[in-house]
Design a protein around this ligand. Structure first.
Ligand SMILES: [Fe+2]
Length: 499
């Protein structure tokens, strides 16, 4: 990392040993596509990365890149433009913060470097906070293990009419795993910045992922695999040394920031990066995007936890001091719930929130890495939801590689409705396990595994509708899409309808 940071400030051609890393731009320098994100009523972030011919090469020098954003697809009515600087320090990624835009309308944008233009991306601002908004639509996606399938689902997502894509984690995978792989990671488990950058470059070389980015603004959070499987705060199951793991986390967070359409203010500082935030979409919706990885307590009963991470009879699990969000984010969330005033609150977070007891024969058993490992933190979060003046809250999640609809309860009352939007490609649990969970947990109203896709959340003042969209097979790059299930939620009446 030091070597790279050192190189960043200088053009560094005087270091002969690094000459190979100082390559000219690729014939198609925008080979990883374009993206946009963090839509507000008047602003957006536009993203791209300049590439040399090979993903492990760094383009030479500090490169000025022109950007333009227009009101029309043909880019004739340019409303803002400027020059941004791509530099090796940030892997020649650009995060252009465009301001002064009109609310609730589409825009088209592109970049140009050395006479070469990028593909044109389409994006969309959020409606003004005071606007009466008749309808909104979001896609809910997560978990796109590159080796386990093609991204046909993302190509179909690109074709949907959306206000934004909500991506809730496992954008890349640190590890290779699973059956019947269709393609392979190059390299092993990334631990340093250059390796994380190459992993993002590999994922982003996929044309269907590029299409989904080029079609809609994305609002993102992360889960564990952007750093390492099942990490909790500063502890990695793969590395017992917290100092060494924090150096890896710093590299992973930097690479995540570099490759996402996030603003400059979110740049990580060492191993810390503030990712949680709120997004307002007129009078109809407010999104509360959470980070449940960076600040969480370590796994309960960690010393005795085995590979499946199932807890039985662990008193520590119930400790009220255990946190999922950390004290600061938890207070920030409660404050947001107190002040919420949109028709719908959307809690955009990583994993299944509803209790999922896996016990048998009168025993209770819980998965340590999910919300079930942090029940006191979950109760506090749901108390904040229940006390919100905005009565209608949907909790949206991913991580478990299966589709779920659930009633979220507090003291036997349903306080919110939860939907987990499957996985783009990542392989899910066995069907028998999902059936057992459904049988044992009546508030889990729907569960389905062995199929991949995303959720489609459509909001209007009279209802929230959720459709689970699934591809026939992730092994087929041209797989068609269809709707697996549909649900509805009525305002003032939390809970799943249509299960
Ligand atoms: Fe995942």
């Amino acid at each position: 990392m030091h070597r790279r940071s050192f190189l960043a400030g200088a053009t560094a051609l005087w270091l002969p040993s690094m000459a190979r890393a100082q390559a000219p731009l690729a014939a198609q320098p925008f080979g990883l596509g374009v993206a946009s994100g963090q839509p507000s009523a008047t602003s957006l972030v536009l993203w791209t990365r300049l590439m040399a011919e090979e993903p492990w090469e760094t383009p030479a020098g500090v490169l000025p890149v022109r950007w333009e954003i227009a009101e029309d697809e043909g880019l004739r009515k340019i409303v803002r433009s400027g020059e941004a600087i791509a530099e090796a320090r940030w892997a020649h990624t650009l995060h252009v913060e465009v301001e002064g835009l009109q609310p609730g309308r589409p825009y088209w944008y592109r970049f140009t470097v050395q006479g070469k233009a990028s593909p044109v991306g389409r994006t969309r601002t959020a409606p003004d906070a005071r606007a009466r908004v008749p309808a909104l639509r979001f896609a809910l996606a997560s978990c796109q293990q590159y080796e386990q399938g093609y991204y046909a689902a993302l190509r179909h997502m690109a074709a949907e009419a959306l206000d934004a894509v909500l991506f809730v984690g496992d954008y890349i995978y640190d590890i290779s795993w699973g059956r019947d792989l269709v393609r392979r990671h190059d390299g092993g488990r990334p631990t340093v910045l250059g390796e994380f950058r190459e992993r993002y470059a590999l994922y982003k070389s996929d044309r269907d992922l590029q299409a989904a980015h080029a079609a809609h603004p994305w609002i993102v959070t992360w889960d564990d695999h952007e750093v390492t499987d099942d990490y909790t705060g500063d502890i990695s199951p793969a590395d017992p040394d917290p100092a060494r793991f924090l150096a890896q986390r710093a590299a992973a967070y930097q690479a995540f920031w570099e490759h996402m359409p996030l603003p400059n203010a979110m740049q990580p500082r060492g191993p810390s990066m503030r990712l949680h935030g709120r997004h307002r979409f007129g009078d109809l919706a407010e999104l509360h995007v959470l980070d449940d990885r960076q600040y969480r307590s370590h796994h309960a009963c960690r010393a005795t936890l085995t590979r499946g991470k199932i807890l039985t009879g662990c008193e520590e699990r119930l400790d009220p001091a255990r946190t999922m969000l950390g004290a600061e984010q938890e207070a920030w969330f409660a404050d947001g719930m107190r002040r919420a005033s949109a028709r719908w609150n959307l809690v955009v977070q990583q994993t299944l929130m509803a209790e999922a007891d896996r016990g048998q024969n009168g025993q209770h058993a819980y998965w340590a890495d999910g919300w079930d490992g942090y029940p006191a933190a979950r109760a506090r979060l749901l108390d904040a939801v229940a006390s919100s003046p905005a009565r209608d809250t949907l909790v949206l999640g991913g991580d478990v590689h299966s589709f779920w609809a659930a009633d979220l309860e507090r003291e036997k009352a349903i306080v919110a409705t939860e939907f987990v939007g499957g996985s783009i490609t990542s392989q899910g649990p066995a069907e028998a396990r999902v059936k057992a969970l459904l049988a044992r947990n009546p508030h889990l109203r729907y569960g389905r595994t062995g199929i991949n896709g995303y959720g489609l959340v459509t909001l209007d003042p009279k209802s929230a509708q959720v459709a689970f969209r699934t591809v026939q097979s992730v092994k087929d790059v041209n797989s068609p899409i269809s709707t697996l299930a549909r649900f509805a939620v009525e305002p003032g009446r939390p809970g799943v309808q249509g299960a």
